[in-house]
Design a protein around this ligand. Structure first.
Ligand SMILES: Cc1cc2nc3c(=O)[nH]c(=O)nc-3n(C[C@H](O)[C@H](O)[C@H](O)COP(=O)(O)OP(=O)(O)OC[C@H]3O[C@@H](n4cnc5c(N)ncnc54)[C@H](O)[C@@H]3O)c2cc1C
Length: 273
C-alpha cells in the first residue's frame, strides 16, 4: 500500500527576486509592501508555511562574496551566507580559531548544517540558537551591507548582514556547555597571550529573552584557571541581569546553573593548559 502525506499548509503567493548586488537587494527591500531575505530558507520557509505573508522574497545567493570565509590570525571574517558545514570544515578557521570549527560540528544535524547559514541563524532571532551567543562570546562585530560595522547584539530586523568579523581570533579559545538545553547554555571565550588569560567573555543563552553577554577583565596564568574557576563563576553569575522564570526553569535555578556551567568550562580550560 502506498501512503502519501502532504502538508496542508498553504504558502501565500509572493514574488521571488535574485539580486546580484547588496545595493539591489536593499533597493528591493525598500519597495512598498513586505519582504524578507532568503538565505538557506530553513526558518523563513517555516514562517511562510505558518501563514506569515510576504510580498517579496529576496534570495541572497546571487550576491558575490557572501559565502567567503577570509582573514588571518589578526582578523577573521565569516560571510553571512557561510553554512554551518562550511564553518566547521573551513581550513582557515581550523588554523586561526579551531575551537569554533570543532564546536560548529555539534550544531544541529548534517542536513541543517549543509543548508543553514550563520547569517540566517543570527537574524532568525530565536532565543535558543547558538550563532548569536557564540559570536557575542567571540566579541564579533556584524558587517552591514552599505553601512558601518555594528555591535552584534544591536542588529535590527531590516539590516542586510554581509558578514561577521572576529578580532584577534588566534588569541581566543572558545568553549560551550549546552548540556542543560533548553533551560540554559553558556558560551565562553578566553583571550590568551603568553600563557596568561587577559579577558573572559561569557554569553548566556535561554535564560533571558535574548542572549546576554558578561565580560570580565582577568589577568592570570591559564594553568591557574582551575583554582580561580569558582570565584570567576560567582562573578559571572552575579553580574547577570535577573534570569527568566518559565515552564523550563526558574530564575534562581538558571543563575545557579550559569555558575555551574561556567565553573565546569573553566576547569576544563585550566586542564587543557
Ligand atoms: C532540526 C533542526 C535543528 C537545529 N539545531 C540547531 C542548533 O543546535 N543550534 C542552532 O544554533 N541552530 C539550530 N537550528 C537552527 C538552524 O541553525 C537555523 O534554522 C539556520 O541557521 C537558519 O539559517 P538559514 O540560512 O536557513 O536562514 P533563513 O531561513 O534563510 O533566514 C532566517 C531569517 O534571517 C533572515 N536573514 C537570512 N540571512 C540574512 C542576512 N544575511 N541578512 C539579514 N537577514 C538575513 C531571513 O530574512 C529570515 O528572517 C536547527 C534547525 C533545525 C531545523
Amino acid at each position: 500500500m502506498l501512503v502519501a502525506l502532504r502538508s496542508r499548509r498553504q504558502i501565500a503567493p509572493f514574488t521571488l527576486h535574485r539580486p546580484v548586488s547588496a545595493a539591489e537587494a536593499l533597493a528591493l527591500r525598500a519597495e512598498p509592501g513586505s519582504s524578507a531575505f532568503l538565505a538557506g530558507g530553513i526558518d523563513l520557509i517555516d514562517w511562510l508555511k505558518h501563514g506569515h505573508p510576504v510580498d517579496r522574497v529576496i534570495r541572497l545567493d546571487g550576491i558575490p562574496g557572501l559565502t567567503d570565509i577570509a582573514g588571518d590570525a589578526t582578523s577573521l571574517r565569516i560571510g553571512a551566507m557561510a553554512t554551518h558545514a562550511a564553518i566547521a570544515a573551513s581550513p582557515l578557521i581550523r588554523q586561526v580559531l579551531p575551537d569554533l570549527g570543532a564546536l560548529w560540528l555539534g550544531v544541529a544535524n548534517p542536513r541543517v548544517r549543509f543548508t543553514g547559514t550563520i547569517g540566517g541563524n543570527v537574524m532568525a532571532g530565536k532565543p535558543d540558537y547558538d550563532g548569536l551567543p557564540a559570536l557575542m562570546a567571540l566579541g564579533a562585530e556584524a558587517d552591514i551591507a552599505m553601512g558601518h560595522p555594528i555591535n552584534i547584539d544591536g542588529l535590527g530586523a531590516g539590516s542586510l548582514v554581509s558578514g561577521f568579523v572576529v578580532p584577534e581570533p588566534a588569541r581566543l579559545r572558545l568553549f560551550a556547555d549546552r548540556s542543560l538545553r533548553p533551560a540554559v547554555s553558556v558560551w565562553l571565550s578566553l583571550s590568551e597571550a603568553n600563557g596568561r588569560v587577559a579577558a573572559l567573555r561569557v554569553a548566556v543563552v535561554m535564560a533571558h529573552p535574548k542572549p546576554v553577554c558578561v565580560s570580565l577583565p582577568v589577568d592570570l596564568p591559564v594553568a591557574s584557571l582551575g583554582a580561580a574557576a569558582a570565584a570567576i563563576a560567582d562573578q559571572v553569575a552575579g553580574r547577570l541581569p535577573e534570569p527568566m522564570s518559565d515552564g523550563r526553569a526558574g530564575a534562581t535555578y538558571r543563575r545557579g546553573m550559569v555558575r555551574v556551567l561556567t565553573r565546569r568550562i573553566l576547569l576544563r580550560a585550566g586542564d587543557s593548559a
